[in-house]
Design a protein around this ligand. Structure first.
Ligand code: ZN
Length: 141
């Protein structure tokens, strides 16, 4: 991975609400907010539970496992900085804990990806602050 490509990629910018997610990712841990009232998991990071509206959300380490809910193969770069990465896979992964994440599937041939395929979190460090959460196929699933 070249330094040049890294500087040209647009990286997420942590906010006060999302910072715990990025701090966990940097330690290669997937952490989601969980509601203290209704026990549902919430993603993306937010101030109120998307299920019951409670403000009592606690950051909780989760399994990092899920299934491919939907995906597409990008054969042309969809953003500046991604021209060296085509083809790449943009996917929605449904986590075992419930929430769906928009992400990339890595570590396999894009043609081998299927809906409902089992995947697990794969962390890719982009900068001192940002480690992206991507997913890869679970071996022997
Ligand atoms: Zn709730």
């Amino acid at each position: 991975m070249s330094a040049q490509r890294r500087t040209h990629k647009l990286l997420p910018e942590p906010t006060p609400v999302s910072r715990p997610f990025w701090e966990a990712a940097r330690k290669r841990v997937l952490s989601l907010q969980r509601c203290d009232k209704c026990a549902e998991y919430v993603f993306y990071p937010r101030g109120l539970c998307s299920h019951c509206g409670s403000a009592e959300l606690t950051w909780t380490e989760v399994s990092g496992r899920g299934t491919v809910y939907s995906f597409t193969v990008a054969r042309r770069p969809t953003m500046v900085g991604f021209q060296d990465e085509v083809p790449y896979v943009i996917a929605i992964v449904e986590l075992d804990e419930g929430p769906r994440m928009t992400t990339n599937i890595v570590g396999c041939d894009p043609e081998s990806i299927r809906i409902d395929m089992r995947v697990e979190a794969a962390f890719e460090r982009e900068s001192d602050e940002i480690t992206l959460v991507k997913f890869r196929p679970v071996e022997s699933s």
